[in-house]
Write a protein that binds this ligand. Structure first.
Ligand SMILES: Cc1ncc(COP(=O)(O)O)c(C=O)c1O
Length: 358
């Protein structure tokens, strides 16, 4: 007898999501962060805001002030907005709230791994629908799967493929599957200007989810979703009170109120660096690069064993990218996040020595 008999059986099939700490001298092109630093004036305003935080007090239970700011930007009632400790927490909250029937989670794959992971933890049945050629949605297969779906996560742009699925196809599902909650995960939408599916009159069964993580706020762990007022009220019953720290709330307010110009400049630089990253990867022999609307780029190398070899070679040169070649559908693929200009200089030099050695 041991305490282990009380564990949820499905934990046996999971491994903890873990990213080993990176040597600070490494170019971190493996985690889909925004590599561009904030300018000094924004960091000074952040420091002032942190100094004003009363460390002995609890933060607001639901981040009311930040929700009001987000509501004003999005043109919707802040009561529709729920904050999460990263969108990872929102994903879990949605799954917990919406796993009360025998409805399944439906996700196109490959996609963001935490949808499957968090659904597995709570024992929600999952149907994964493989993406078609060029990683487009398979409308027909999705429609079959959606017959029994309680919840469907759609990362748009998708991670790790970087592409943007057809909004028209998705919008037709909203009407045809009214009993299913569709979550449009727009974590990367700032890298695809004009692509957001947000509108204040989204149908009752649609939730828009986003995060500050990909636009220079990953350290804050601050995600949010916007749904109908009644769904937001149900999510609030599941969410822990005080789930966003006072420091994260204070810093996020600075970023939302005072940092638009700086953020736009950072995004513009990132988009320019993305083109360079695509060109660099495409310069490798026998490599195809998939078009990206995100801050990550997927490339396929042939033969497939060159993918782990490239990742290892870059690692030996102090550059981290992700080997996704063991993911079904991504044989021979690597995923690289957009780095700064200086990081891409290092990347370019390291690619040259890889080309010569393979
Ligand atoms: C599609 C997608 N959604 C959500 C997240 C999680 O974001 P957060 O840092 O807000 O938890 C990620 C992180 O990589 C992601 O790729």
């Amino acid at each position: 007898m041991s305490w282990t008999r009380h564990l949820r059986p499905q934990l046996a099939e999971l491994t903890a999501y873990d990213v080993p700490p990176a040597d600070p001298s490494c170019a971190r092109m493996h985690a889909n962060e925004c590599a561009e630093p904030w300018p000094d004036e924004v960091m000074n305003a952040v420091a002032d805001a942190v100094r004003r935080v009363e460390l002995g007090r609890y933060p607001d239970t639901s981040g009311r002030r930040l929700r009001a700011l987000l509501g004003a930007r999005m043109g919707c009632d802040p009561a529709r907005i729920v904050l999460g400790n990263g969108s990872d927490e929102i994903i879990s909250t949605l799954l917990t709230a919406l796993s009360g029937s025998d409805g399944r989670l439906v996700v196109p794959t490959p996609t963001f791994v935490m949808y499957r992971h968090s659904a597995t933890v709570i024992g929600m049945p999952i149907t994964e629908v493989p993406l078609g050629a060029d990683f487009e949605l398979d409308d027909e297969a999705m429609r079959v799967a959606l017959q029994s779906a309680a919840l469907c996560f759609l990362a748009r742009p998708n991670n790790p493929t970087g592409n943007l699925w057809d909004a028209g196809v998705i919008e037709r599902w909203f009407a045809d599957f009214e009993d299913t909650v569709f979550v449009i995960d727009e974590a990367y939408t700032d890298y695809a200007p004009g692509a957001s599916m947000w509108r204040p009159d989204l149908p009752e069964n649609v939730v828009l989810m986003s995060t500050l993580s990909k636009v220079g706020g990953a350290a804050l762990r601050l995600g949010y979703c916007v749904g109908s007022p009644s769904l937001a009220a149900e999510l609030d019953k599941v969410r822990h009170p005080y789930n966003i720290s006072a420091t994260s709330l204070a810093i996020a307010e600075v970023l939302l109120v005072q940092a638009d110009a700086a953020r736009n400049a950072m995004l513009e630089r990132s988009r320019a660096s993305r083109s360079r990253l695509c060109d660099l990867l495409a310069s490798l022999p026998n490599t195809s690069v998939f078009p990206s609307n995100s801050n990550l780029v997927l490339a396929r190398l042939t033969p497939a064993n060159r993918a782990p070899a490239l990742v290892a070679h870059l690692h030996s040169q102090g550059i981290l990218i992700k080997d996704v070649s063991r993911t079904p559908g991504l044989e021979g693929c690597v995923r690289a996040s957009v780095g700064t200009g200086a990081e891409l200089d290092r990347f370019e030099a390291a690619l040259r020595t890889f080309s010569r050695s393979t």
